[in-house]
Ligand binder design. Structure first.
Ligand code: KG4
Ligand code: ZN
Length: 343
C-alpha cells in the first residue's frame, strides 16, 4: 500500500489530500478563497499568496488527520510545481520541500494539468487507452492524447483566454460576480440561446487549437450596442442578460465539443475524458456525452470535487509520476509557465 500526500496551491484554492495507490481518496481538503476574491471579480495574486501562507499548514494537518495517518506513513509528497500564479505555487512548493526534508520523503513535482487528467483515473480506475482528454478550466483549455496513464501528448490548446476565463470575464462585465461559470450555467437554464448569434472561432492553420478572446469581445460589443447595464440584483437578472449568457454559453460549449469531436475523428482514441472546473457545466457535460455517444466512445468525467482544483488529483498524479521515476531535489522551484510535455 502506498500513501501519497498531495499539495496544490496553483491558484486560489489551498488544498492537501492523501491518496492510496493512486486510486483511493483517504482525504481531500480544499480551503477556497472565493469569498476573498469575489469582490474584485477575479483572483488577486497578492491576496491569494497571503491566504495560502495562512492556510497551508492547517490544510495539510487536516488532510493527514482525516486520513488518520502521519507524515512518516506517506511514501512521498507530491506538489503542483506549475503552471499557475508564482506567488501561490511557491507556498505549496516550499511546504512540500520542508516536509520532504523533515521526514525524509521523496518529493514528486506534478504538472497541474496532469493532475486534472489524472482525476479521471482516480475516479474511474483504469480507462480504455489511448484516451483523449479535454481539460477546461479557468487557466487552461487543452486537448491531450493519453497513450498511457501519466503520459500526455498535447494536441491543441487555447491561443488566448481559457474557456473558464471567458466565463469569468463575461460574468464580471455583466456584474454577475466571481466565479462566473456557475452563475452563467444557472442563468442560461431556460433562457433563449438563439437570442444573440456569436460565431465559433476558426483556427486557420488546421491545428486543434481553441480561441475564446473573440467571443468575449463580441459580448462586450453587444453590451455596448444594446446599452445593457451591469446587473444589480443577482436574484433578479433581466431577460436580455439571461438570453445573452445562454447564447454565449451555447457557442463556447459548441466550440469545445467541436474541438473534441474533430480530435477524436483524427486520433481514434478508445475513450474520452472531460475534466477541469468548467467540466462542472451542465450544458458541456450534456453535449459532450451526446458527442461521445455519436462517436461510440465511453466518456469519463470526474465528480465535481475531483474536477475542480483539488490535491487528491495531485497526489494521484504523484503516485504515477513516482512509478515513472519523477523525483525532484530540494532545489525544486515553482514554474509559473511549466509545460506538459510527453514524458
Ligand atoms: O479547475 P478550476 O477549479 O481552476 C483552474 O484550474 O482554473 O476551474 C475554475 C473555473 C472558473 O473559471 C469557473 O468559472 C469555471 O471553472 N466553472 C464553470 C462552472 N463551474 C466552475 N464554468 C462553467 N460552468 C460551470 N458550472
Ligand atoms: Zn485547475
Amino acid at each position: 500500500m502506498s500513501l501519497i500526500l498531495g499539495i496544490e496551491t496553483s491558484c486560489d484554492e489551498t488544498a492537501a489530500a492523501v491518496v492510496e495507490d493512486g486510486r483511493r481518496v483517504l482525504s481531500n481538503v480544499v480551503s477556497s478563497q472565493v469569498a476573498v476574491h469575489s469582490p474584485y471579480g477575479g483572483v488577486v495574486p497578492e491576496l491569494a499568496s497571503r491566504h495560502h501562507i495562512e492556510n497551508i499548514c492547517p490544510v495539510i494537518e487536516a488532510a493527514l488527520a482525516e486520513a488518520g495517518v502521519g507524515f512518516g506513513e506517506c511514501e512521498a509528497v507530491a506538489v503542483t510545481q506549475g503552471p499557475g500564479l508564482v506567488g501561490s505555487l511557491v507556498v505549496g512548493v516550499q511546504a512540500a520541500k520542508g516536509i520532504a526534508l523533515a521526514h525524509g520523503l521523496p518529493l514528486v513535482p506534478v504538472h497541474h494539468v496532469a493532475g486534472h487528467v489524472e482525476a479521471a483515473f482516480l475516479a474511474h480506475g483504469d480507462l480504455p487507452l489511448p484516451a483523449l482528454a479535454l481539460v477546461v478550466s479557468g487557466g487552461h483549455t487543452s486537448l491531450y492524447e493519453i497513450p498511457e496513464e501519466g503520459v500526455h501528448r498535447l494536441l491543441g490548446r487555447t491561443r488566448d483566454d481559457a474557456a473558464g476565463e471567458a466565463y469569468d470575464k463575461v460574468a464580471k462585465l455583466l456584474g454577475l460576480g466571481y466565479p462566473g461559470g456557475p452563475v452563467i450555467d444557472r442563468l442560461a437554464d431556460g433562457a433563449d440561446d438563439r437570442a444573440v448569434s456569436f460565431t465559433m472561432a476558426r483556427i486557420k492553420d488546421g491545428r486543434a487549437d481553441f480561441s475564446f478572446s473573440g467571443i468575449k469581445t463580441a459580448v462586450l460589443l453587444h453590451v455596448r450596442r444594446e446599452g445593457i447595464e451591469p446587473v444589480e440584483d443577482p436574484d433578479d437578472v433581466p431577460r436580455p442578460v439571461r438570453d445573452l449568457v445562454a447564447s454565449f454559453q451555447k457557442t463556447v460549449v459548441a466550440t469545445l465539443v467541436r474541438g473534441l469531436t474533430r480530435a477524436a475523428e483524427t486520433h481514434h482514441p478508445a475513450s474520452l475524458i472531460l475534466t477541469g472546473g468548467v467540466a462542472a457545466n451542465t450544458r458541456l457535460r450534456r453535449d459532450t456525452a451526446r458527442a461521445a455517444d455519436e462517436l461510440g466512445l465511453p466518456l469519463f468525467v470526474p465528480p465535481l470535487d475531483l474536477t475542480t482544483d483539488n490535491a487528491a488529483m495531485i497526489a494521484a498524479a504523484g503516485f504515477v509520476g513516482l512509478r515513472r521515476g519523477h523525483r525532484a531535489d530540494l532545489d525544486l522551484n515553482a514554474e509559473p509557465n511549466l509545460r506538459l510535455e510527453a514524458s
